[in-house]
Design a protein around this ligand. Structure first.
Ligand SMILES: [Fe+2]
Length: 308
């Protein structure tokens, strides 16, 4: 059986079947998987049979995999720094009850692009479901290329050449983490163009979402109004769909062609075990490569007075 692609929206998202991605793929199969991503931006593979090792192996066909922060004396939960925990479980596998961490994770319910707060952007995220809640917990995706295509020319002209400042801490503040603007100023951020050229498709895309805090060179209120306007534009119903998960499902999204957000679920009582690999844009970095450890070195909550 050859690979079958079933579009979800006319221009965005596809369910892919007829290919066993748990086994090593030949060059032709790899090219087909990458081509599907370039065209559709989000690809859903059901009931994959992937495990930690084959998840990582399959992900590597897209490029260099980011590493979760190294923590001395604490080996990664799944034995691989390439696997980021994206569920609601602690290191020992219990349901997370830590209020600060739960609020921090609420930021994932806002429309965002993974790691836009880093200088080195993430290209693909590959999320594999192990345990899913009985209700809710779906993931929503929005098509930032078609949203850009459909913008009025006046808005394309207005945003051409503009850059946004992205901060993880800004989206966490929006989600309820007790941070002040001054504290966010002291933490790391990254600057990226509002419109990016998507190499794999030759199309342009909006690059905004919840981490985007300010527009460089604009009054703060005006910049934030523009960011909100673009997010609202790109999340209109014609650009958006959701994925309901079952264990074994893998969804790949291109952060340079989409936004996403998590759906609500009963996070204090229902288990959700999701593991993510993330492919960085561009060529592999020099070692050691541990930017997330630097990012989180100031802690999740508002820094203490001595922590500036
Ligand atoms: Fe995310």
């Amino acid at each position: 059986m050859s690979m079958t692609i079933k579009p979800i929206l006319p221009r965005f998202g596809a369910e892919v079947s007829g290919i066993d991605i748990s086994k090593p793929l030949d060059a032709e199969q790899q090219a087909a998987v990458i081509a599907a991503m370039n065209q559709w931006g989000v690809c859903v593979y059901r009931n994959t049979g992937l495990d930690n090792d084959s998840h990582i192996r399959f992900s590597q066909i897209f490029g260099y995999l980011e590493r979760a922060p190294s923590r001395p004396g604490k080996p990664p939960r799944h034995g691989h720094r390439e696997l980021f925990d994206a569920g609601n479980l602690t290191e020992t596998g219990e349901i997370l009850q830590d209020e600060a961490l739960l609020v921090h994770k609420k930021g994932d319910r806002l429309w965002h692009t993974d790691s836009s707060f880093m200088d080195m952007r993430s290209a693909y995220s590959l999320l594999l479901a192990y345990e899913v809640p009985r209700e809710g917990g779906q993931t929503w995706f929005a098509d930032t290329r078609s949203a850009y295509d459909d913008l009025p020319q006046s808005m394309k002209d207005r945003i051409a050449g503009l850059e946004a400042e992205h901060s993880l801490w800004w989206s966490r503040m929006l989600a309820g983490v007790p941070l002040t603007e001054e504290e966010i100023d002291q933490r790391s951020s990254a600057r990226h163009p509002l419109v990016l050229h998507h190499e794999g498709s030759g199309r342009d895309a909006l690059y905004v979402a919840a981490h985007a805090r300010d527009i460089v060179g604009m009054e703060r209120d005006d910049g934030r109004a523009l960011i909100r306007e673009l997010i609202e534009w790109a999340t209109q119903p014609q650009y958006v769909f959701s994925v309901d998960w079952n264990p074994g499902d893998l969804v790949i999204w291109d952060n340079l062609a989409s936004m996403h957000r998590g759906g609500d679920f009963d996070e204090r009582n229902e288990r959700r075990d999701m593991r993510r690999t993330t492919v960085r844009e561009g060529t592999p970095p020099a070692e050691p490569d541990d930017p997330f450890a630097v990012l989180f070195s100031a802690g999740l909550k508002a820094p203490a007075k001595t922590d500036a």
